[in-house]
Write a protein that binds this ligand. Structure first.
Ligand SMILES: [Zn+2]
Length: 172
């Protein structure tokens, strides 16, 4: 039987991997309930404690991990008690998707509102007015400035936004 991969899970793994790396995905998938110290986790996984900490702090930034600190009376060192916020994953994903959507929309607005010309040798990309000032020849290499057809780029951005909207509706 073929296993159906949940698209939301896949997205979550992608996000964790991008922010916290492979080790982040490993730690997250352990499904640890309750608190643990970075030292415990480091021993259990056989990974450097600094790597574990780096990953946990990256996940904390994302909202997928939380910690409390206490001072160890004997050593005087700070001890971190960590917890993975599994219950926040939908919320975190939603926020990240909305951020990406905003960026895409800004990009779309930029593409939609202007006509661009590019140097055929790839030196510059300028607006129509500027291209006219240069007499449609590149100020760097004197190559020709050519009209840039951005319809394909726009179509791709629209597609990405549609995909995000679909996933957002799955999350709410
Ligand atoms: Zn040029």
């Amino acid at each position: 039987m073929e296993v159906e991969v949940n698209e939301i899970d896949e997205l979550l793994v992608e996000l964790i991997e991008r922010i916290a790396g492979e080790l982040g995905v490993v730690i997250y998938s352990l499904g640890i309930e309750g608190e643990f110290t970075d030292e415990q986790l480091s021993q259990e996984l056989g990974v450097e404690i600094n790597d574990v900490r780096r990953v946990l702090f990256a996940m904390y930034e994302l909202g997928l991990a939380a910690y409390r600190r206490t001072r160890d009376d004997e050593t005087g060192w700070m001890e971190y008690y960590w917890k993975i916020n599994y219950e926040k994953e939908r919320e975190v994903l939603k926020r990240e998707l909305e951020k990406t959507k905003e960026k895409l929309e800004a990009k779309l607005e930029l593409e939609d509102g202007s006509v661009y010309y590019i140097c055929t040798n790839g030196c510059i990309k300028v607006r129509y007015e500027e291209a006219m000032e240069y007499g449609f020849s590149c100020p760097r290499c004197s190559g020709m400035l050519e009209f840039l057809d951005s319809s394909e780029a726009i179509r791709k951005i629209r597609e990405e936004i549609d995909k995000i909207d679909e996933m957002l509706s799955m999350l709410s």
